[in-house]
Design a binder for this molecule. Structure first.
Ligand SMILES: Cc1cc2nc3c(=O)[nH]c(=O)nc-3n(C[C@H](O)[C@H](O)[C@H](O)COP(=O)(O)OP(=O)(O)OC[C@H]3O[C@@H](n4cnc5c(N)ncnc54)[C@H](O)[C@@H]3O)c2cc1C
Ligand code: SF4
Length: 416
C-alpha cells in the first residue's frame, strides 16, 4: 500500500519525550503532601462520582499513613482496573470534578495520581493482593479479554469458579493494550495489569474469535454461564469518494500500530487531517502531531460547541498545536496525479473548499460488533462497550464486576 512520505523524522529521544506520560508519577514525598490535603469527607462526593465507587478517602488515608499495600487493596478490591484507570480515567468529569475543594476555588485533590502511586507500588513489587476462592467446579466462559471481560474474570475467580477467557487478538487487555493514547497508558502497563488478573488462575485462549473459530452456542453447551465483553467494532466508514485512497487510515488502526511498534515505524503524513471530533479523534490528532506531522488538523462538520470530546481533551490538542476546522463537512478525498491523498474537499457555509493534506485519519466512531448473542438466555451476560454503547475503562470494569456478582448469584441459586 502506498503511504504518505514521512517528511520530517524526529529523533528517538524526541519521540520518547513526546510520548512520555502526560501525568508523571508522584514522588513519595509529593504523594504524602497531596494525601494530607484531603478532607476525608463523609459521604465523599468523589466516591459517589466513581462508577466503581472506590472509597477514595479510605485509600488516601492509607497513603497518608504509609500503607501503600492497604491503599491499593481498597482501590483494586472494587476496581480490578485501578492501575489503568489511574492513568486514563476522565477524572476531570468524575472523582476530581466532584471533589469538594472545587467549591472553594481550590485545586481538587489529585486523586488519579494518588491512585497511581498506590497501584504502581503493588504492580512494581508484584504483590499479590487477592486469592482465588475455594473451587466450586462451575465453569464460566468469557468472550473478550478487555477491561469488562477481565474484571468479570477476576471476581469470578475470587468466587472459586473456573474461568476461560477467549480473546480474538494475540494479547489480552482490549483497548487498554491497543487503543488508549500512548502518553496516557503504555501497552506494557496494560499487559502487566491484565497478567496480574490472569495469574489468579484464569485460562486465557488467545487468537480465538467466538463466532468465527468457535460457535457461540458451543460455549452454552460447555460452560455454566457466558459473559460477553467484546467491545465495539472497527471505525465507521465515511461513505464519501476517495475513502479507499492510500494515505487514508482509520483512527483505531493508526493508534494500534503506534502502540505496538517502535514509534518511528508508524507512518505519519506531513499534513494530517483527522475527520471527527470525539475523544478518539483528539487522540489521533495529538499523536499524529507528536509523531512529527507538521500540521495535524481536526475537520468537523459541526461547530466548536458541538464537539463530543471532553473539554480538557480539546484543550490538550490545542496545547499540542493541533488545528481545528469547524462547520466543514467532508465531501470527498482528493488524490494527486500519482493517486495519493492531496486534500479533503469540504462544504462550508461559503461553499466548497479543499483542505490540503497527505494523510487522512478517519475517527467518526466505532460500529457494533457482528457477534450475535442470544440475549434472552438467562446464562448469558454482557458488559462494557458492547453493552453500554461505548464509555470508559471504569464503566467496563464496573460492569464486569457487577456481572460477576450476578453470575455468581445465579450459579449459587441454580446449582446449589
Ligand atoms: C481510541 C480510544 C481511546 C480511548 N481512551 C480512553 C481513555 O483515555 N480513558 C478511558 O477510560 N477510556 C478510553 N477509551 C474507552 C475504553 O478503551 C473502553 O471503554 C474500554 O476499553 C471498554 O472495555 P471492553 O472490555 O468493553 O472492550 P474492549 O477494550 O474493546 O475489549 C474487547 C475485547 O474483546 C475482543 N473480542 C472482540 N470480539 C471478539 C470475539 N468474537 N471473540 C473473542 N474476542 C473478541 C477484542 O479483541 C478486545 O480485546 C478509549 C477508547 C478508544 C477507542
Ligand atoms: S471530595 Fe476531595 S477532599 Fe473530600 S474525600 Fe474526596 S478527594 Fe478528599
Amino acid at each position: 500500500m502506498q503511504r504518505p512520505e514521512r517528511v520530517r523524522s524526529l529523533s528517538d529521544e524526541q519521540l520518547a519525550a513526546n510520548f512520555a506520560d502526560i501525568a508523571p508519577a508522584l514522588t513519595n514525598d509529593a504523594a504524602l503532601l497531596e494525601a494530607d490535603k484531603c478532607l476525608f469527607c463523609h459521604d465523599a462526593p468523589c466516591t459517589i462520582a466513581c462508577p466503581t465507587h472506590i472509597d477514595v478517602p479510605a485509600f488516601i488515608k492509607k497513603i497518608a499513613s504509609g500503607n501503600l499495600r492497604g491503599s491499593a487493596r481498597v482501590i483494586l478490591d472494587v476496581n480490578p482496573f485501578g492501575h489503568s484507570c489511574a492513568r486514563a480515567c476522565p477524572v476531570e468529569v468524575l472523582c476530581e470534578g466532584a471533589c469538594v475543594l472545587n467549591d472553594r476555588d481550590e485545586q481538587p485533590i489529585r486523586i488519579a495520581l494518588l491512585q497511581r502511586h498506590a497501584t504502581d507500588y503493588v504492580l512494581e513489587k508484584k504483590l499479590k493482593l487477592f486469592e482465588p476462592g475455594k473451587r466450586t467446579g462451575k465453569r464460566v466462559a468469557i468472550v473478550g479479554a478487555g477491561p469488562a471481560g477481565l474484571a468479570c474474570a477476576r471476581d469470578l475467580r475470587r468466587c472459586g469458579h473456573d474461568v476461560t477467557v477467549f480473546e480474538a487478538k494475540t494479547q489480552p487487555g482490549g483497548l487498554n493494550t491497543y487503543g488508549i493514547a500512548e502518553y496516557k497508558l503504555k501497552a506494557d502497563v496494560a499487559l502487566a495489569e491484565a497478567h496480574d488478573i490472569l495469574d489468579l488462575g484464569v485460562e486465557l485462549r488467545l487468537g480465538i474469535a467466538i463466532g468465527r473459530d468457535i460457535p457461540f452456542e458451543k460455549l452454552l453447551t460447555d460452560y455454566d454461564a457466558v459473559f460477553v465483553g467484546v467491545g465495539l467494532g472497527s471505525t465507521k466508514q465515511l461513505g464519501i469518494p476517495g475513502e479507499d485512497l492510500p494515505g487514508v487510515v482509520d483512527a483505531l488502526t493508526f493508534i494500534e500500530h503506534l502502540k505496538t511498534h517502535p514509534y518511528r515505524d508508524t507512518t505519519v503524513g506531513r499534513q494530517v487531517v483527522v475527520i471527527g471530533a470525539g475523544n478518539t479523534a483528539i487522540d489521533a490528532v495529538t499523536q499524529a502531531k507528536r509523531l512529527g506531522a507538521a500540521t495535524a488538523t481536526i475537520v468537523y462538520r459541526r461547530g466548536e460547541a458541538d464537539m463530543p470530546c471532553y473539554h480538557y481533551e480539546y484543550e490538550l490538542a490545542k496545547r499540542d498545536g493541533c488545528g481545528f476546522r469547524f462547520n466543514a463537512a467532508p465531501q470527498r478525498i482528493i488524490a494527486n496525479g500519482s493517486g495519493a491523498v492531496a486534500g479533503v474537499e469540504v462544504r462550508t457555509s461559503n461553499g466548497s473548499e479543499t483542505i490540503p493534506c497527505d494523510m487522512v485519519i478517519v475517527a467518526i466512531g466505532q460500529g457494533e460488533r457482528g457477534l450475535v448473542v442470544p440475549h434472552d438466555d438467562p446464562r448469558v451476560f454482557t458488559g462494557g462497550d458492547c453493552a453500554n454503547g461505548g464509555a470508559e475503562i471504569v464503566n467496563a470494569a464496573a460492569e464486569g464486576v457487577a456481572a460477576a456478582k450476578k453470575i455468581n448469584d445465579m450459579l449459587e441459586r441454580t446449582h446449589g
